[in-house]
Design a protein around this ligand. Structure first.
Ligand SMILES: Nc1ncnc2c1ncn2[C@@H]1O[C@H](COP(=O)(O)OP(=O)(O)O)[C@@H](O)[C@H]1O
Ligand SMILES: [Mg+2]
Length: 220
């Protein structure tokens, strides 16, 4: 059974399914003292998911293996990307063929390998920007109970044996090892070039060089 487009879909995607799981299991961070509200991706956030989780209509495999999200301050990058990292750790994000209606089916990473999701950044403060909303989204909703995971202050222990954790200075030694998903957060004063995505630099060292006024990063 191959893919069957619905309503003029241009390509198959797991993006809608990922968004549905975010809404089902996560809450909106920074929502104040009132009742927790489910995290519902905005239209632009949904569009990003639809493209990020695009599938090949013949093989059903993921088409994109990395993504860059560049949006103004206050758009909701930090909580949204926190939601993507939780999705990669817990939700059904790995393609698993088509159902009887020709729609994509997915399974969690834990069905394939032990997930290790790293939140990486050049400074601890930058990791915190994503880490705090991530914990809030997880703790306020049903995800922790449903998936039997333990969102601790310094890392999230997954029942699969995997983890979600923030990493700063140790990034170079471990970043590529067994990592299911990583977010590299750019420094606010400098854009993030494609070279940096391919070859992660050691954040502390590059920060020091930058502060010393050297504009060329030899490691990158
Ligand atoms: N889908 C969403 N629904 C409701 N609120 C959201 C959503 N996405 C983000 N937000 C809220 O938007 C606000 C802005 O987030 P912020 O971290 O400042 O964005 P950025 O990282 O882009 O600067 C946060 O209070 C966050 O809770
Ligand atoms: Mg932010």
């Amino acid at each position: 059974m191959p893919w069957k487009p619905l309503d003029g879909d241009k390509f198959p995607t797991l993006g809608f399914h990922v968004a549905d799981q975010m809404t089902e299991f996560l809450v909106t961070p920074n929502a104040g003292d009132g009742e927790p509200t489910p995290f519902m991706p905005t239209r632009e956030q949904l569009e990003f998911l639809v493209r990020l989780y695009q599938l090949d209509p013949i093989t059903g495999a993921r088409v994109k293996h990395r993504g860059v999200l560049k949006r103004p301050r206050g758009w909701g990058k930090s909580p949204f990307v926190g939601g993507v990292m939780i999705s990669e750790a817990l939700f059904e994000v790995v393609p698993d063929g088509w159902d009887a209606d020709g729609q994509p089916v997915a399974k969690p990473w834990s069905a394939v390998r032990t997930p290790l999701v790293l939140v990486t950044a050049t400074t601890e403060e930058q990791t915190t920007n994503t880490w705090h909303p991530l914990l809030e989204m997880l703790r306020g909703g049903s995800a922790a109970d449903y998936f039997d995971c333990d969102p601790m202050d310094s890392f999230v222990a997954l029942s699969s044996g995997g983890r979600i954790e923030p990493r700063t200075s140790a990034a170079r030694s471990v970043i590529s090892k067994g990592c299911a998903y990583r977010r590299r957060i750019p420094r606010p004063d400098r854009g993030m070039g494609a070279r940096q995505w391919r070859r992660p630099v050691r954040p502390d060292a590059s920060q020091q060089r930058h502060e010393a006024g050297r504009h060329h990063n030899r490691d990158a």
